[in-house]
Design a protein around this ligand. Structure first.
Ligand SMILES: C[S@@+](CC[C@H](N)C(=O)[O-])C[C@H]1O[C@@H](n2cnc3c(N)ncnc32)[C@H](O)[C@@H]1O
Length: 254
């Protein structure tokens, strides 16, 4: 019986894997991606499961990416430094990272930055977004999410980052930065700001890498491939993870 089910699942996966998806962006091809690996460590990680249940209603990020953020908080903590998230929406991923950091006994601050009026800086590099998306949130929703988890390590910065709110961060250095802003220019501006402030060995996680609607972020990360002082990992779950491998002040040619 078990063997029959496994064969049936494999046949379904073979059937859907590789089906091409129509793309609105020139030059990019998309298909249904189903990795073959089955290892799912989050399933018997009780603390993560409980944390994920607590934030699930406040995020549009799936459990695979949530677990990756959780594990990166754990691994980057030894570097020292704060955590930055730009693109908070209702606070799901931000509070998840803050909770993991707190549970580890870390003294890191977790900066959660959002306009709370939706996506900004959509432009010609983005084929789907036009600005204002994800405005169905509020500071109050994130404050409530933070209070429900008794998080005392979170600072909420309201406004366009870095343009309007980076000044409130002071001279912080960071071990981890989660960029979840959906469009090219915003993602690029956040990266340029954080890169000189990121610890060597620290990571920038780009959400939105590879989704059909957020091709601007895919474009940006592809442009970055090969820059000195960084290693970029294309994770099939919709994350690109960029690890800083050497000290550097600037990153991108304009
Ligand atoms: C997809 S949502 C974030 C999802 C969230 N991480 C979660 O857990 O579901 C993208 C958010 O990015 C915000 N945003 C985009 N560009 C921004 C910028 N430059 N500064 C601040 N917020 C920005 C938008 O307001 C929106 O709330």
């Amino acid at each position: 019986m078990q063997k029959d089910i496994s064969q049936f699942v494999s046949a379904c996966i073979d059937f859907i894997r590789g089906i091409e998806i129509k793309s609105p962006a020139d030059g990019f091809r998309y298909s249904v991606i189903v990795p073959g690996a089955k290892y799912s460590p989050w399933l018997n990680h009780d603390v993560f499961v409980a944390a994920h249940m607590a934030i699930k209603a406040n995020t549009i990020v799936d459990v695979y990416r949530c677990y990756e953020l959780w594990k990166l908080v754990e691994q980057c903590a030894r570097l020292g430094g704060d955590i930055l998230e730009v693109g908070v929406w209702r606070g799901g991923t931000g509070c998840l990272m803050a909770l993991k950091s707190k549970l580890m006994g870390s003294h890191s601050r977790v900066f959660l930055c959002d306009t709370f009026s939706g996506v900004v800086k959509a432009g010609e590099m983005d084929s789907t977004y036009s600005g204002g998306e994800h405005d169905n949130t509020s500071v109050d929703i994130v404050v409530k999410a933070k209070e429900a988890l008794a998080l005392d390590n979170v600072e909420i910065l309201v406004g366009v980052f870095p343009d309007e709110t980076a000044g409130r961060v002071g001279d912080a250095v960071f071990s981890l930065c989660h960029i979840d802003v959906d469009v090219y220019d915003s993602a690029r501006d956040v990266l340029e700001w954080v890169w000189p402030r990121l610890q060597v060995g620290g990571a920038v996680v780009f959400d939105d890498y590879g989704f059909v609607e957020t091709d601007g972020v895919t474009r940006l990360v592809n442009e970055l491939t090969g820059v000195p002082s960084a290693l970029i990992i294309h994770n099939l779950n919709g994350h690109a993870v960029m690890v800083k491998t050497a000290a550097a002040t600037s990153l991108l040619p304009r």
